[in-house]
Ligand binder design. Sequence first.
Ligand code: AMP
Ligand code: GLY
Length: 421
Amino acid sequence: MKIAIIGSGGREHAICHKIFESKNVEKIFCIPGNGGTQKIAQNVNINLDNFEEIKSFLNYENVDLTIIGPEQPLVNGIVDYLRKNRLKVFGPDKFCSKLEGSKIFTKKICKIEKIPTANFQIFNDINSSLKYLKNKNYPLVVKADGLAAGKGVYICGNFLDAQKAVEEIFGGKFGKAEEILIEDFLSGEEMSFFILYDNNTFQVFNTAQDHKRVFDGDKGKNTGGMGAYSPSRLITDELEKKIINKIISPTLKYLKKENGIYIGFLYAGLMIKDNEPYLIEYNVRMGDPECQTILPLLKNDFLEILKNCIDGTLNKIKLNWKNKKSICIVLASKGYPDQFEKNILINNLENTTNIEDQYIFHAGTKFEKRKFFSNGGRVLNFVSINENLKLARESALSIIKIINWQNGHYRRDIGYKVIDN
Ligand code: AMP
Ligand code: GLY
């Protein structure tokens, strides 16, 4: 089969690598891909907003299956467009992608289907928002409705923080804002929970714990994710049942009722408190870096799974996972998530290949004149799987030391809540 993967991050390299291992793969295209994917696939430089050009390319190359990695093209409706043109696509349609594209859409479903989530209010101007905020207890959470690359969420410790958030959001910091979401602060521990869905049946696709803050000890600014481990320390059969019954099944029932077509990964960002799950948000794709840490644990032929999803026969697949722990540490450019330099040479990558249970997934890299250069904030992902997380982390860190990239920054404490130091 000929496969195309849309996207250019660590998630997409991990997907590409897993598909490359499949017995039925003939050729992989990555649109646009990165320095890592070009080793096992053909990178194709097409702007992800240009659906028509993507469609023409897929038709020209007779691509059998296209996988959409990131949220933006999903929210923009790429799946509907390609499907209308008789292409086979792995990803939810535009309607279902509103689960991530509009936090208010998701909250309204929670209300209709009685899904546990933080209590919330929706406002459509600054004055009514501020009036509400004046009489509340803090912390409170103020959110922009649409996609904001993780930056549209404000955890507010007092009224002044909340006022700033409301003014920034209505001021257009994340695009034109007609509504705003204000919700109660949930305490507890977060968990990323994944399912695969073929629009008929779903299967749990493991769990992970992301580390969003830039510095050790969960200090500093929020990032796209500085590392993750899998499975989450919180998951038990009992909790999984609750998540499915109280959150996942009612959501899928709602989407079905509204005639949405969901073929893809669904990622529930959850808060777990006293062994009870609360939905914080949905993402309509795999997480990054969760994908990099979860996929190496999968024993199945990944392409066969995706094909069964497209054919509506996911129920024929039995997922098998390695009985090991996995950790992913992100090497970012110094300065990320603020200003950082690009085009910095990365040496030593070729010294680290073929070590068992070790994976290096590229994110912001490019390959030019036979050398790798940085090309983004999150640059490389170091994944290691092992009997326990402590060993996995030690071995991922040892590879980062071999690379010894002077422009890099990484966390040394990924998994600190589960690993005794
Ligand atoms: P989101 O983009 O909605 O996942 O929010 C980003 C991060 O903000 C989450 O991963 C949580 O750490 C935090 N967050 C969002 N909503 C809440 C809430 N209601 N209570 C506590 N933390 C929250
Ligand atoms: N790791 C968080 C995300 O993918 O949104």
